[in-house]
Design a protein around this ligand. Structure first.
Ligand SMILES: [Ca+2]
Ligand SMILES: [Ca+2]
Length: 400
């Protein structure tokens, strides 16, 4: 418990440092703003501009927190803590609560000591507020990695496709299938496969023209034959009804993807996304386990719950068994009855080879929501960013 306390103290200390820097950002934006606002004649328009600028400041603030976390990952491992080493777990401690401006009173009192009085005065004169939050998108299934590719007779179900199949088979989703759930679940995965592969022939269930399925009366459209660019696009699949799609949304993403490389069905999928076992929801952890190795839904969920309890105390440092640091596979062997897995292909693997290949203990993909408020106007930036050692790259950006 002492370790946890030290961690939170250290986390809060970091927030103070970041808070001070943020105030400076806000001030500089405000100065730029003043000149812009002078040109605006309508009050509502002024608030809209100001709200958007505040939302942008909040967004930049979130990307700054991500970069700071990368730097912390660069320090050597501090044994017995969640600090140091290349991994991600900071999210559980800090990113789960949103950062706001103006600050809560208790935080502001501490920060003021470190700041010039003038700066504080200037920051407080800014009428407006923002709130921003970061969500881990590496804790999701990348639908652009879902596919069944390979030469005839040697088709490989991708790791993302397997996890999606197992998730859709869990009790949580059963109410959305009216009859023959196995058939329906397979059809969902097949439809993603055909939507994203470059050809126009149906890969499964006897073939045919992909577009024919979408020649719906009143609203006909054609298959994309390329990656999903946004999550909303997934709603165009005819196999997903609105209710099922809403239920699925928290568990899936479409990032990252590379639109320049067409996906051909004669080749196995080359996955680009990872699932971080330190941050993935319990339902998704349960869906990593092969239902052939552990047949009961309840057992898989119980195992996932035990895993979630363990990671809340200390982050997992590696996927494969072995080593001295906590490992995902060692946990599965010790607490969930997984057999010792070798690297040869086996249908009885507790975690199948393709699934192992997309697991990670850190995150690089994040969703940022940043809201700026001025007067009665509210602007929301919804973005997806990819973090690397070179910085933070925006993959998706929408202002609401
Ligand atoms: Ca296609
Ligand atoms: Ca196809």
């Amino acid at each position: 418990m002492l370790t946890n306390k030290n961690q939170s103290r250290r986390g809060i200390a970091l927030l103070f440092v970041m808070g001070a820097l943020m105030i400076i950002t806000v001030i500089s934006i405000e100065l730029t703003q003043r000149s812009q606002i002078a040109k605006q004649s309508v009050l509502g328009r002024r608030d809209a501009v100001k709200a958007l600028e505040l939302a942008k400041a909040a967004f930049r603030w979130s990307t700054f927190r991500l970069q700071l976390d990368t730097q912390l990952d660069g320090i050597p491992v501090i044994p017995g803590t969640n600090f140091g080493g290349k991994k991600d777990d900071f999210s559980e401690m800090q990113w789960n609560f949103p950062l706001t401006y103006p600050f809560p009173v208790s935080l502001t009192a501490n920060q003021i000591d470190d700041l010039e009085t003038e700066q504080v005065a200037s920051a407080e004169s800014l009428e407006g507020s923002f709130v921003t939050s970061i969500k881990d998108a590496s804790a999701k299934i990348n639908l652009n990695d879902v596919g069944i590719g390979g030469p005839p007779g040697q088709k490989v179900v991708s790791g993302a496709a397997k996890v999606l199949l197992y998730l859709l088979s869990s009790p949580r989703f059963q109410k959305y299938y009216q009859y023959d759930s196995n058939q329906k679940i397979n059809e969902i995965v097949y439809s993603i496969d055909d939507w994203t592969d470059v050809d126009t022939q149906i890969n499964h269930l006897g073939g045919g023209d992909e577009d024919q399925e979408y020649a719906i009366k009143d609203f006909p459209y054609t298959v994309k034959n390329g990656p999903f660019f946004t999550l909303s696009e997934v709603g165009m699949l005819k196999t997903l009804n609105d209710e099922l799609f809403e239920e699925l949304k928290p568990f899936v993403t479409v990032y990252p993807f590379d639109a320049k490389i067409p996906r051909v069905s004669s080749q196995p999928v080359v996955p680009k996304g990872k699932i971080n076992v330190n941050t993935a929801p319990v339902e998704l952890i349960a869906a990593l386990i092969s239902p052939r190795a552990m047949t009961s839904n309840r057992d898989r969920l119980t195992c996932a719950q035990k895993f979630a309890q363990a990671r809340a105390l200390q982050a997992f440092r590696s996927i494969k068994a072995g080593g001295t640091e906590p490992s995902f596979m060692t946990f599965m062997q010790d607490f969930c009855g997984a057999q010792n897995q070798d690297n040869t292909s086996s249908d009885n693997d507790f975690i199948e080879k393709q699934v192992m290949a997309i697991l990670d203990v850190r995150s690089d993909l994040f969703e940022i929501e940043a809201v700026g408020i001025s007067g009665n106007i509210e602007k929301t930036i919804s973005a997806v960013v990819l973090r690397s050692k070179d910085g933070v790259k925006t993959l998706y950006w929408k202002v609401l």
